[in-house]
Design a protein around this ligand. Structure first.
Ligand code: KIV
Ligand code: ZN
Length: 496
């Protein structure tokens, strides 16, 4: 029988520690509600003693969350534990999470203490937390670098003191997957009362092994995994929710399941990225923009014959509508034929050979092959794939109100509109919206300099969502507002 793995999400605590990613209370509530909706079992809402703002966010989350457990972090210090309880006491399912380090390096240099004193402090912390709340989690910080013997003794003592979940963090992302799995196994074999608590793991990604370590721990009996959306978190981040959950779902051999509605994975990834202003790397597993984009000829050919040749997961399972076959100079005849058929051209094998040669020559010069390029190759008049930018005039700078005028060419006709915004890009997008009336939601906006120097070409990536589907576009120009307008039109044309 499959065993349930408890998903503990710490996006709002460990994830939010990332510099520049702080969220306000309203944003945190939105993330928490989405986490609950997707089936997260435990939401770590924050570290209440750290600031009045965080205390307030945790209390507000505690009031609105009904199904998930709401957890507050505290050091193994009385005032932290009291604040943690104060913040979550109104939650339907409250949990206090208290922690102290167990590794010699932390005990000696950070705490300037001894193993005995630290162990006693951990035990006292659990007892105090338990006096407020039945559900108490204890974390032995830097357990990854803690000797197994001392760790086992520590864990046994905090379970005796009342901890209902014992968390084994690989705080510095040090362990190898096999080593971490063995650590969990050691605890199961050497902690007498281990069956009285749930064993949890919390891995960091400093050496890129967070997910592997988490899964190794699950294979050795861990029943709770601590994760964050998009793997955000301190330094190189934490185990990513989407990776761990999709491994458990995809690899049936693990005989485990989670409560996560995986169709909610992509939308929450976008939400967190947008609110934290933290782009997701394009090749990020599961949620990166290229995670389901096939571009080499061999792969495209395989996917067109049977998706599972190169696709482990159906993109619909994570909330995406479909995988994409990008047309690049590396694409093959199958992908080209597929796109031509999509545009209504039926083509014989001999014709395809000739068209393919023309396509490859063009693709060698252009990064993005549009539908109009294909129509032109096929001898048809370009349709003018939607709207193109004829003119852009922007007024901006302090203390002016940013204002943009755009002239677009749509199917041979010119349209002009002006709008104001909170910046030149916002004003430009609003002016475009006044002409192309499509209610899209901007999910991601990224500006990159292609090389160095202020005279460089800027590349803008945009992602929008429209009626539950996601679309990407990009544009380049030495003027980043023009590049933004081109990218926005590129994506709007795809929506249209
Ligand atoms: O990484 C860590 O050790 C932590 C603890 C507070 C659980 O975040
Ligand atoms: Zn952590």
């Amino acid at each position: 029988m499959k065993k349930k793995i408890i998903v503990f999400d710490t996006t709002l605590r460990d994830g939010e520690q990332v510099p520049g990613c702080q969220l306000n209370t309203v944003e945190k509530i939105e993330v928490a509600e989405n986490l609950e909706d997707m089936g997260v079992d435990v939401i770590e809402a924050g570290f209440p003693i750290s600031s009045p703002g965080d205390f307030n966010s945790v209390s507000e989350i505690a009031k609105v969350i009904k199904k998930s457990t709401v957890c507050a972090l505290s050091r193994a210090v009385a005032k932290d534990i009291e604040a943690a309880w104060e913040s979550i006491k109104k939650a339907r399912n409250p949990r206090i999470h208290t922690f102290i380090s167990s590794s010699d390096i932390h005990i000696k240099y950070q705490f300037k203490s001894t193993r005995e004193k630290i162990l006693a402090q951990g035990v006292e912390a659990v007892k105090l937390a338990k006096s407020f709340c039945e559900d108490v989690e204890f974390s032995a910080m830097d357990a990854g670098r803690t000797g197994n013997g001392f760790l086992a003794k520590f864990i046994e003592s905090v379970i005796t003191a009342g901890a209902t979940t014992v968390n084994i963090p690989d705080t510095t992302g040090y362990c190898l997957p096999d080593e971490f799995g063995q650590k969990i196994k050691f605890l199961f074999e050497n902690v007498k009362n281990i069956h009285k608590a749930i064993v949890s793991v919390h891995c960091h990604n400093d050496l890129g092994m967070a997910t592997a370590n988490t899964i190794s721990a699950v294979q050795n009996g861990a029943r709770q995994i601590e994760v964050t959306v998009n793997g955000v978190g301190e330094r190189a981040g934490n185990t990513s929710l989407e990776e761990a959950v999709m491994i458990i779902k995809t690899r049936q051999q693990l005989h485990k399941f989670t409560n996560i509605d995986t169709k909610k994975i992509y939308p929450i990834s976008r939400l967190v990225s947008r609110l934290m202003r933290m782009p997701v790397q394009p090749n990020k597993a599961i949620v990166g923009r290229n995670a389901f984009a096939h571009s080499s000829g061999i792969h495209q050919d395989g996917v067109l014959k049977n998706k599972f040749t190169y696709e482990l997961i159906n993109p619909c399972e994570v909330g995406l509508s479909e995988s994409s076959l990008a047309l690049t100079a590396r694409s093959g005849r199958s992908a080209l034929k597929h796109h031509l058929e999509r545009l209504g051209f039926s083509i014989t094998a001999e014709e395809l050979d000739d068209v393919y040669q023309q396509f490859v020559r063009l693709a060698d010069q252009k990064k993005d092959i549009s539908d109009d390029d294909l129509r032109q190759i096929m001898g048809q008049k370009p349709k003018g794939d939607g709207a193109s930018l004829e003119l852009l005039e922007v007024v901006c700078g302090r203390p002016l109100t940013p204002k943009a005028t755009v002239k677009l060419l749509i199917e041979g006709k010119e349209y002009t509109a002006t709008a104001i915004g909170n910046g030149p890009v916002d004003a430009t997008f609003k002016a475009i919206n006044n002409i192309v009336r499509k209610k899209v939601l901007l999910e991601e906006f990224l500006i990159q300099a292609i090389t160095k120097g202020s005279d460089d070409i800027g590349k803008v990536h945009i992602q929008v969502s429209y009626k539950g589907n996601y679309y990407y576009g990009f544009g380049t120009d030495t003027d980043i507002v023009v590049a933004s307008a081109k990218a926005y039109l590129n994506v709007l044309n795809k929506v249209i």
